[in-house]
Design a binder for this molecule. Structure first.
Ligand code: 4NP
Length: 151
C-alpha cells in the first residue's frame, strides 16, 4: 500500500500525517510506504515546520529528515491512495493531476473519521503550538481509521 498525504505547503499538516501513518503502519507490522507533498512549491527542499517537528517528536515520531516536495502528475500513478487536508488542496491536486486524475484514489483525510462530510484539517500555519497539537490529534485519529478500514 502506497499512501500520499497532501496539503498546501507540505510544511505543517501533510508531513505530520505522513509521520503518524508511517509510524502506525509500521507498528501494526504493515509494509506500507507513506509520503507527503504540497500542491504549492513555496517551500520545496525545506524541512517541516518546527512546531510539526516538535509535536511529532513529543509522540516519538521523527519527521526532521523530511524535505518538502511538490505534488506532481506521476503521483497519481505511483500511489494507491491520496489524502488531502482541505478543499483548496483537493482543487489544487485536481489541477496538477490533469488527465491522470482518478477520483477513486483521492479523498479528504477526515472522511476516514467523519464519512462523507468533507471536513477539513485546519491550517495551523498562522497559529501556534496549541493549533499544531489540535492538528496532531485530528491526524492521529484519522490515521487510526485508515488502518482499521484498510487492513
Ligand atoms: P500546510 O500549511 O499546507 O499545512 O503545510 C501551510 C504552509 C505554508 C503556507 C500555507 C500553509 N504558506 O502560505 O507558505
Amino acid at each position: 500500500m502506497k499512501v500520499l498525504m497532501v496539503c498546501l505547503g507540505n510544511i505543517c499538516r501533510s508531513p505530520l500525517a505522513e509521520g503518524i501513518l508511517q509510524a502506525r503502519a509500521n507498528a501494526a507490522g504493515l509494509d506500507w510506504q507513506v509520503d507527503s507533498a504540497g500542491t504549492a512549491n513555496y517551500h520545496v527542499g525545506e524541512t517541516p515546520h518546527k512546531l510539526s517537528i516538535k509535536v511529532a517528536g513529543e509522540h516519538g515520531i521523527d519527521i526532521s529528515k523530511k524535505r518538502v516536495r511538490q505534488l506532481n502528475k506521476l503521483d497519481f500513478t505511483l500511489f494507491d491512495k491520496i489524502y488531502v487536508m482541505d478543499k483548496e488542496n483537493y482543487n489544487g491536486a485536481k489541477r496538477i493531476a490533469g488527465d491522470s486524475w482518478d477520483v477513486s484514489k483521492i479523498d479528504y483525510l477526515l472522511n476516514e473519521t467523519y464519512l462523507g462530510e468533507n471536513r477539513e484539517v485546519p491550517d495551523p500555519w498562522y497559529g501556534g503550538y496549541e493549533n499544531f497539537k489540535e492538528v496532531y490529534a485530528l491526524l492521529y485519529e484519522a490515521c487510526g481509521r485508515i488502518l482499521e478500514n484498510k487492513s
